[in-house]
Design a binder for this molecule. Sequence first.
Ligand code: FES
Length: 173
Amino acid sequence: MRERGSEPQMQDRRNFFRALVTGIGATIAAILAAPLAAFFALPAFRKPDTVWRQCGPLEHFPVGEITLVPLTPLAKREWPEDWGTEAAWVSRTSQQEFVIYNVHCTHVGCPVTWSPQARCFFSPCDGGVFDAEGRVLAGPPPRPLDRYEVKIEGGVLFAGRVYHVDDRLARTT
Ligand code: FES
């Protein structure tokens, strides 16, 4: 006849098996839940794809000139309504080199205008002035004009994401 263990031993065994079953259950639940959690959480961390917006055929941009182009808005703006249309300044610095500037001043966002005579961008709001490469010459803007990523495809110029540059015109974002 088999001898039964003492009551404390039995209790230990019961506790051990209870912990084992709980552990296995938790592991199975985690394995099943992980793909579901990843499905919902990952899009929040994924960088959205770049939307490339057409600026126009290359021949529209004479070398050495800076030209204003309308950009298709990425999203409809409710306010202020007159910002519903986006634009960019395209600078063609050589046959194959372009810089696309964000039209909004880096102070509080007023749309800058380009003066070919002065070869400067002027902000209409607080006296901000930028040189032809977007560097701050005067006023309160905290950094040079923001730029768009540039792509040329099939003889057409495209503007991608906006990024910031520092005073040496090195990309910072
Ligand atoms: S918005 Fe351009 S200087 Fe203030």
